[in-house]
Design a protein around this ligand. Structure first.
Ligand code: ADP
Ligand code: MG
Length: 240
């Protein structure tokens, strides 16, 4: 479903992606791990068209992702993204935040978008917060609204960039549970995370990114339990 083929990306004269390749099949969950600054966010941002890349090719369902393309909004409706900071609209209620994309980007009728949004909020465990405002919610609840908002566009895949890193530890579990449920339902997901137990249990594959290159990739349990590359071993020693 997602094909990343040898992409290169520089900021000024610093090359931050040095030929990254990755294939994600429909229904697969791939975790991207690696130290800060290794290029994880940049990879996701290139896939989603938020960032351009200099060389190589990315395609989603066999259609090329080119950040200069006119139908970039169309791409973003097919690939959802959930960030570390949830960026909900503070002056809109929870349900309005979730309806926003379908109504304004996809021209869905309001009543239909609202019904779907309520179903999604129930799915992420927030059926009682439909009319609440974001600031009255915990960080974990706000992140679950952000996941519902991504799902509202009926995307083919969702990219998660450290979705639990900004949360208090006791709020992380509820967000991971929602992600685990999505994975079980067959959602295609690329997840940048430092939650190694999540990666071990939920990911089909793990890729370890270091200095803009994937230095190790494989079945999640194998890479995390018996890493082959010295860099991966060092990294895992630090985070586990
Ligand atoms: P990670 O998500 O793994 O922490 P990033 O993809 O955010 O890493 O960043 C990779 C490298 O690219 C880092 O060295 C970072 O400083 C640099 N970088 C990221 N975004 C920009 C930008 N907009 N301008 C300049 N450098 C950037
Ligand atoms: Mg990052």
């Amino acid at each position: 479903m997602i094909t990343i083929d040898n992409i290169h990306k520089s900021f000024g004269n610093v090359e931050v992606l040095k030929g990254v390749s990755l294939e994600v099949k429909a229904g697969e969950v791939v975790c991207l791990i690696g130290p800060s600054g290794s290029g994880k966010s940049t990879v996701l941002r290139c896939v989603n068209g938020l960032e351009s890349y200099d060389d190589g090719e990315i395609s989603i369902n066999n259609r090329r992702v080119d950040s200069e393309q006119k139908d970039i909004n169309e791409l973003r409706t097919r690939v959802g993204m959930v960030f570390q900071r949830f960026n909900l609209f503070p002056h809109r209620s929870v349900v309005e935040n979730v309806m926003e994309g379908p109504v304004y980007v996809k021209n869905e009728p309001r009543q239909q978008a609202r019904q779907h949004a309520i179903e999604l909020l129930e799915k992420v465990g927030l059926g009682d917060k439909v009319d609440a405002y974001p600031q009255s919610l915990s960080g974990g609840q706000q992140q679950r609204v952000a996941i519902a908002r991504a799902l509202a566009m009926r995307p083919d895949a969702i990219l998660f960039d450290e979705p639990t890193s900004a949360l208090d530890p006791e709020l992380v579990g509820d967000v991971l549970k929602v992600m685990r449920d999505l994975a079980e339902e067959g959602m295609t997901m690329v997840v940048v995370t430092h939650e190694m137990s999540f990666a071990k249990e939920v990911a089909d594959r793990v890729c370890f990114l270091y200095g803009g290159e994937i230095v190790e990739e494989g079945v999640a349990k194998t890479v995390l339990s018996a890493p082959q590359h010295e860099r991966t071993q060092d990294f895992l020693k630090r985070v586990l």
